[in-house]
Ligand binder design. Structure first.
Ligand code: NAD
Ligand code: XAI
Ligand code: MG
Ligand code: MG
Length: 347
């Protein structure tokens, strides 16, 4: 493990230099990695592992995503199977169904977890909320997680570009005495940049907070608030959208990603810097109580309960689609469609 100073706090992380791909291949050379589920993480992780030279199979029920797996080069009867057959063949079972579907499939998965097999997650959800999910792994299997910190779509794209998404890893149960090296080898195999250690509880509480907060929920909320104020004061949709979203994603966030917030600020006018430096604290103070409410709701299990209840309904996909449609058809995001179509590289 490399010790890195993160802003004054030392943490142990695993890098690709100290745990190279060859080592990961050696650790997992006798394993059949069965990726169960081919939604968002399934394709990213399985394709990256396949391209990295691991022995990977996919288990997916028949339907649209099964067909997508075939298009991606998985061969029915050789590397692509119905879920139960993949569970039978796999020695490392990657449980990559949606968190709600994991509850329904758990009795089936459990019945294939013979001693010596490993159970792999990409989220601490199922095990942490075991009272709600019923996911209690047998004592004689290794249980660990690698949670890529981003979408499976980005995991694949970055891999193809020769880059990597950072992931957390955690060991829940070490029955074989080798859970840790298997877990890290999986993390390297799926295409992680570097790996930082956590536990199942911390992974799920930080992850649920992040996606409801700045990564997804809060960002849409703050975009909508600014856009509405600009529109209410007579600004055109294109002006409001450019000043709220397009400039952020196209110009400023890439600078933040490259070299941090202060560097992005330093590449803007002194007028902009003066304003940003004056206003970031009022925004922090205004939103902090909402983040505290959010974290408490995650901590109490309320957010998990909502997610399980809502996503277990038979029409949950249709309902999600309706809500996504509402976003897509809002004036702000329709303006976004028009703005994107005018990007030089798209016209
Ligand atoms: N989406 C991401 O990029 C992302 C990122 C990090 C971690 N994760 C975690 O990875 C895991 C997988 O998430 P995902 O977003 O890839 O899942 P998903 O919602 O895309 O679903 C994955 C698969 O589940 C299958 N499925 C759904 N219901 C089923 C059922 N009843 N029976 C059989 N199959 C069923 C679908 O066919 C699909 O192939 C979750 O634990 C999630 O929290 C996801
Ligand atoms: C990609 C995210 C938001 O990081 C993940 O946590 C998810 O649940 O999809
Ligand atoms: Mg998540
Ligand atoms: Mg996440």
């Amino acid at each position: 493990m490399a010790t890195i100073n993160f802003g004054g706090v030392e943490e142990n992380v695993v890098t690709r230099e100290e745990f190279p791909l060859e080592k990961a291949r050696e650790v997992l050379k006798d394993e059949v990695i069965a990726v169960i589920g081919y939604g968002v993480q399934g394709p990213g992780q399985s394709l990256n592992m396949r391209d990295n030279g691991f022995n990977v199979i996919v288990g997916q029920r028949k339907g649209k995503t099964y067909d997508k797996a075939v298009q991606d080069g998985w061969v029915p009867g050789e590397t692509l199977f119905e879920i139960e057959e993949a569970l039978e063949r796999g020695t490392i079972i990657c449980f990559l169904l949606s968190d709600a579907a994991q509850i329904e499939l758990w009795p089936t998965v459990k019945s294939y977890l013979k001693p010596g097999k490993s159970l792999y997650f990409s989220h601490g959800f199922g095990v942490t909320y075991k009272e709600k999910t019923g996911i209690i792994p047998p004592a004689d299997v290794d249980v660990f997680l690698v949670a890529p910190k981003g979408s499976g779509t980005s995991l694949r794209r970055l891999f193809v570009e020769g880059k990597g998404l950072n992931s957390s890893f955690a060991i829940y149960q070490d029955a074989s005495g080798h859970a840790r090296e298997k877990c890290i080898a999986m993390g390297i195999g799926v295409g992680s940049g570097y790996l930082f250690e956590t536990d199942f509880y911390k992974e799920v509480t930080s992850d649920l907070t992040g996606e409801r907060g700045t990564l997804m929920g809060a960002i849409q909320g703050i975009f909508a608030a600014q856009y509405e104020v600009l529109r209410a004061n007579g600004h055109s949709p294109s002006e409001a959208f450019n000043e709220t979203v397009e400039e952020l994603t196209q110009s400023l966030m890439p600078l933040v990603a490259e070299n941090g917030m202060d560097w992005m600020y330093a590449n803007c006018s002194t007028t902009a810097q003066r304003g940003a430096l004056d206003w970031w604290k009022p925004f922090r103070d205004a939103t902090k109580p909402v983040f505290e409410r959010l974290y408490n709701s995650v901590k109490s299990g309320e957010q998990a309960e909502i997610s399980i209840t809502r996503n277990s309904q038979s029409d949950y996909r249709e309902k999600l689609e309706e809500e996504l449609k509402e976003l897509r058809e809002s004036e702000m995001w329709k303006a976004g469609t028009a703005v994107r179509s005018l990007r030089p590289e798209r016209s």
